[in-house]
Ligand binder design. Structure first.
Ligand SMILES: Nc1ncnc2c1ncn2[C@@H]1O[C@H](COP(=O)(O)OP(=O)(O)OP(=O)(O)O)[C@@H](O)[C@H]1O
Ligand SMILES: [Mg+2]
Length: 202
């Protein structure tokens, strides 16, 4: 079992999208994934329900969880051993956010590239024992993206090499069983490589 928290204090950073599309890609590869929805507003749960109502049942479960359930043994009971667990977290409930990143093997911090976005993303990054930033909704070839990448390199902040551009095709996947074929598969591959190197118990 690998537990991946998807967390960022900034709202709208693409946490839910990242958790759902990474789990979806893992299912596409024939592996087992589960999304734990730790956000009381239930974005991941609504995504799964909407898909199901439209006759598109997702190939992985989305389970709503609360603070005391965010402990490794509890998660293992809910999710099973051979599973990639993604915890979708709320932007502002710091108790839930901290519990998720403490229990996780790795925290993925999705963030847009603006200065105001990075301030909050780096706070989440610093609060996590093991974390990687994921640049999302990137408007490529803009100064903002270039500056962010330069700054992260200078400050030695760990990040995914893959970046997720702002794409209408990704936005439209909300509430469907569709999967992203271009960007999230590269993020998942990097995650798998990282986990193999850094967390041999997986
Ligand atoms: N790569 C992308 N390209 C275009 N739109 C995107 C992309 N990623 C996410 N979005 C859109 O951005 C919005 C915010 O994404 P999402 O709900 O995943 O963020 P969040 O961090 O979970 O937000 P919250 O903090 O409210 O939980 C959604 O409308 C989503 O469809
Ligand atoms: Mg969300």
């Amino acid at each position: 079992m690998a537990i991946i928290a998807v967390a960022c204090e900034k709202g709208g950073a693409a946490k839910t999208t990242t958790a759902m599309l990474m789990a979806r890609d893992i299912a596409r590869r024939g592996q087992t994934a589960v999304v734990l929805d730790a956000d009381i507003s239930g974005g991941a749960t609504t995504w799964a329900q909407t898909a199901e109502e439209n006759g598109e049942k997702l190939p992985f479960p989305v389970i709503s969880v609360n603070l005391p359930q965010l402990k490794r043994p509890r998660i293992q009971t809910m999710a099973g051993k051979e599973t990639w667990v993604f915890i979708d977290t709320p932007p502002s409930d710091t108790g839930v956010l901290q519990a998720a990143i403490n229990t996780a093997d790795l925290t993925i911090v999705p963030t847009q590239t603006g200065d105001a976005d990075l301030v909050l993303a780096l706070e989440t990054y610093a609060a996590a024992p093991s974390a990687l930033l994921l640049l999302t909704r990137v408007k490529q070839r803009t100064n903002s993206a270039k500056q962010a990448m330069r700054r992260l390199a200078e400050e030695n902040i760990g990040r995914f090499d893959a970046v997720v551009p702002e794409r209408e095709a990704i936005r439209r996947l909300y509430g469907t069983d569709g999967y992203d074929k271009l960007d999230y598969p590269m993020v998942v591959q990097e995650l798998m490589d990282f986990m193999e190197q850094e967390a041999p118990r997986w």
